[in-house]
Design a protein around this ligand. Sequence first.
Ligand code: SF4
Length: 315
Amino acid sequence: MYKHIFGPVPSRRLKMSLGVDIVPHKICSLNCVYCECGKTTNLTVERKEYVPTGEVLAEIDHYLKNNQPPDYITFSGSGEPLLHSGIGEIINYIKNNFPLIPLAILTNGTLLSDKHVRSEILQADVVLPSFDAATEKSFLKINRPSKLINLNEYLQGLIDFRQEFKGQIWLEIFILPNYNDDQDNLKELKKAVKRINPNIVQLNTLDRPCALKNLKPASYEQLDNIITLWNLKNVKIISSVDERKKVGSFRKDTESVILETIARRPCTVSDLSDILGLHDNEINKYLSTLENDKKIARTELSRGTFYSLKVKQRK
Ligand code: SF4
């Protein structure tokens, strides 16, 4: 079993995507209230070799030499990938040995204020940075950053990266009512988006349990109103979980095995991950769909969010 790669997982944006997870769970420079992976346990901007680079290279090599190529190789997971000091070496290795597979990076973008970090990821094909707030108030509220992150430097890093990077930038903005949907932030966000000049802006909102309980997602109508208000090119709403099933790699067998497991006893994401040997992110994607289909229910207990089969109402 692999330790640092997972999937391929059905992804709304990156089709059948082989995940590369190079930073341990919840080591991140932000502590976003909406994080699907829970609370950040190590809030840091320190870059280091969090997992051995050689191990990651060996796993990627083994997978790609023994399986069909995925649609993308994607750096993602439950921590911030740019914190890993070996990411440049890993990207070089993939590009030298498997040049035909597109490479994507999901990042919060905070470390792009560092020129050296920017230079390390220039060979990627798609970078998907997030940027949810352009006012200090909203930034602190929704992203709860490390004290060492300065909002202006964060924004400037994204602007500089656009100048230097020849690939696609898909900027993700997560909208959360009462956290970053005030007029002031929306106005400043529009200015920031124009300065960053990404290829696409993707508006996202909650569809999973997250770090802070009782958060509400933005409605489709609200996201649509933001698009109208901004009147910018290339702003899209990321499609709903329904779309996930249309992704070619959505595996009914994985869905079934999750259902069979929670039919025996309610499980958390982490229980399912241990039992099934799948990455948290992968489990999360299937749970979204099952919840959306009203096949499972969730209960909040002290050990976390438990999933069980939805009990059918007797007529
Ligand atoms: S959502 Fe991403 S950037 Fe925010 S805390 Fe979670 S892992 Fe970090």
